[in-house]
Ligand binder design. Structure first.
Ligand SMILES: [Zn+2]
Ligand SMILES: [Zn+2]
Length: 679
């Protein structure tokens, strides 16, 4: 009896212990927060865990590389305690967000140094930008010059070596205003902030108004350079005081800075403005006006070749060429909505002798093409209609924004608009992608990603068009990109209000990213221009419109191509493919005969018959980037041959060939890049 009772008690006792343990575990479990990582994995942590702790839980090695973080899409510090469930992304130097935090943090250290070196200056804003950061400073009666740069850099690095942590500290609005009572700029910034949301960032002895996004400590900054200074109006408004913008960059390794500076040198060497002048492709004239490029004969020929190349492919792809005027009635752009959106910042209306008559320079080709569609009624059987035009448009860019051919006031788009039924979207999208890929392949752009811009996941009121249509269009883009095996990134909230789009982001030879081709779905303009087609149900329906431009604009495309190839365009596009260099005047007749034969083989060539040494002629041809130099002298004339020298390959022996052999060398090389477009 006793033993039985004793046994019973022991069992109850053990059960109780387990129960208590279970409740404890459950309690801990319940208070844990769930952190979702970008790979979809979920880890549990006690509340108060920091991004850095999470990084360490993954691996110590990884944590050493983590320099910034975002939680539920908002940038936070690596030491910010996390108290709720959510998605955490950890960034290293290899991420754009990591670099951003790195550069912005360096701007704090530079600001500290500037304040030290120029007491009494007023600091304003210091954000990260592409490839570095800047700080806008009111130096008042002091002046910063290039001679000071080295001193600033040395001091930034000296402070950085102190491994000072960046610490975000909440302050009240009153406290913040008090701290900056002598700084009108910061006062203005603080006045626009809500009390309770204001933070300061401290490191070492320096404090700045800042909402965050810093690296853990200054010790990570191992290389820093002040790049330049320039004038900048406070808040970009010409009516405000002009401040001094100090540009800088920084890196986690000295080697990275050295490489970056070498890249900048190379970019300077390849600057399209410099090459365009040297290769006599285009020019600008103050008399004609800023931002209005003048195409010289060689440049115009190059453009024409590009146009013919695309026109040929477009014809195969079922496009029809149209042509529209350079101006349109103001009403046209009121209908399209462009006037309301851009009217104030554009070229102003052109008046005519007729009262009340107003025209605008064409900022877009789309409204004109809508009116072409509207010329007659269409049935679903007629669609898609694909209207293409190398249409020149005019947009008023601020003079400070103008830059060579990449930012101009008049440019020609390789524009086309496809009008189709919603059911045809999928197929049309794939076809446009094929065309874009063909263009990139023929021009040597191999490294690109496709950015798919979709609607915001939540905020959907700002988009026009029905949910059903949007879904159709978004799926059409996603499926087409997948079907074509594109390397894609999806950006939510980046779609235009009138439709989703696909942008091709191309990396050039220097690793810089450019947005080139774009394909855009539009539900807005068909609505505004009341475009219709008769469906199989005999009812009128709205077509969907696709805007697309593989080059984007001829001007910008040629600029990028110039910098990507350093002027060594693909052979098929070269203004001159070969130059005949005669060893002396004696061989001039033979040179002429060679040129004639080249022309028979449709090879573009010219003769350098100047009374110069062959060395000088070769050097000049090298500068002109002419791919083949054909040297002719006694030997060649006797044998009916030419001696070929390739551009940029000095030291390699010339090879002696007949014109026929040369023609097949040229054709073979052209066929390697320029394929025939097939649908
Ligand atoms: Zn900051
Ligand atoms: Zn358009």
């Amino acid at each position: 009896m006793y033993t039985l009772n004793h046994k019973k008690h022991t069992i109850i006792y053990i059960v109780c212990i387990f129960l208590i343990l279970y409740i404890c575990i459950l309690k801990i479990k319940l208070t844990m927060i769930k952190i979702t990582l970008p790979d979809g994995s979920v880890r549990e942590f006690a509340p108060g865990v920091t991004p850095m702790d999470v990084a360490k839980s993954i691996s110590e090695g990884f944590a050493r590389n983590v320099i910034s973080a975002s939680f539920n899409g908002t940038t936070i510090e690596t030491v910010t305690p996390l108290t709720t469930d959510g998605s955490l992304t950890l960034y290293t130097w290899n991420d754009a967000d990591g670099k951003k935090a790195f550069w912005h943090s360096t701007s704090h250290v530079m600001a500290q140094v500037l304040e030290e070196m120029y007491p009494g200056i007023k600091l304003t804003l210091g954000p990260a930008i592409a490839n570095g950061f800047y700080y806008d400073v009111d130096f008042e009666d002091q002046k910063i010059t290039e001679a000071d740069f080295k001193k600033i850099e040395d001091r930034v690095l000296e402070i950085s070596r102190g491994k000072h942590e960046f610490k975000l500290r909440p302050v009240s609005k009153a406290e913040a205003l008090e701290q900056y009572k002598d700084n009108v700029y910061k006062t203005e910034l603080i006045s626009n902030l809500e009390d309770g949301t204001i933070t300061f960032c401290d490191h070492d002895t320096f404090t700045d108004l800042c909402r965050g996004g810093h690296i853990p400590n200054t010790g990570l900054i191992k290389a820093m350079k002040v790049m330049s200074v320039a004038g900048a109006y406070w808040r970009g408004d010409e009516k405000n005081k002009q401040l001094t913008r100090v540009y800088g960059t920084s890196f986690p390794k000295q080697k990275d800075l050295t490489e970056y500076l070498a890249l900048l040198e190379e970019a300077k060497r390849r600057d399209h403005r410099k090459l365009g002048k040297e290769l006599e492709l285009f020019a600008f004239s103050q008399k004609v006006g800023q931002g209005l490029p003048l195409w010289l004969p060689k440049g115009a020929a190059l453009r024409d070749r590009l146009e013919q190349f695309l026109k040929k492919a477009q014809k195969k792809a079922g496009y029809e060429q149209v042509a529209t005027p350079h101006i349109g009635q103001k009403e046209l752009y009121v209908t399209s909505g462009h006037y309301a959106k851009y009217g104030a910042d554009s070229f102003q209306p052109i008046n005519t002798p007729a009262e009340g008559e107003e025209f605008l320079l064409k900022p877009m080709n789309c409204p004109h093409h809508c009116e072409i569609y509207n010329v007659r009624p269409w049935s679903y059987k007629d669609l898609p209609k694909r209207y293409a035009e190398f249409g020149t448009v005019y947009r008023y860019e601020q003079s400070g924004e103008l830059h060579g051919l990449t930012r101009v006031r008049g440019f020609t788009q390789d524009d086309a608009h496809i009008f189709c039924t919603p059911e045809q979207l999928d197929e049309e999208f794939k076809k446009v992608i094929d065309l874009v890929l063909y263009v990139f392949g023929s021009l040597g752009f191999e490294n690109f990603t496709a950015q798919i811009s979709l609607r915001d996941k939540e905020n959907r009121e700002k988009y026009i068009g029905t949910d059903e249509n949007w879904e159709k269009a978004e799926n059409a883009i996603i499926n087409a990109a997948k079907d074509k095996g594109l390397n894609t990134v999806v950006e939510y909230g980046e779609a235009a209000f009138y439709g989703p789009k696909l942008d091709f982001m191309v990396k050039d030879a220097l690793g810089r990213q450019w947005q080139l081709g774009t394909i855009q779905v539009d539900y807005n303009l068909p609505e505004r221009f009341e475009l219709t087609y008769k469906g199989s149900d005999n009812e009128l329906h709205r077509p969907v419109m696709i805007h697309r431009a593989p080059f984007g604009s001829m001007e910008r495309f040629i600029a990028i191509l110039l910098e990507h190839t350093a002027g060594n365009f693909p052979l098929w596009l070269m203004p001159e493919q070969a130059i005949i260099l005669s060893l002396s005047e004696k061989y001039e007749n033979y040179a002429k005969k060679v040129l004639e034969l080249l022309e028979n083989h449709e090879i573009r060539g010219l003769i350098d018959n100047r009374n110069e040494t062959i060395g000088k002629k070769i050097r000049d041809a090298e500068l002109q980037k002419i791919p083949f130099m054909l040297i002719v002298g006694e030997e060649e004339e006797k044998n009916g041959t030419i001696s070929i020298r390739r551009q940029g390959q000095e030291g390699k022996g010339n090879i002696s060939v007949t014109i026929e052999e040369f023609a097949s060398i040229v054709n073979e090389e052209i066929n390697k890049t320029l394929k025939v477009f097939t649908v």
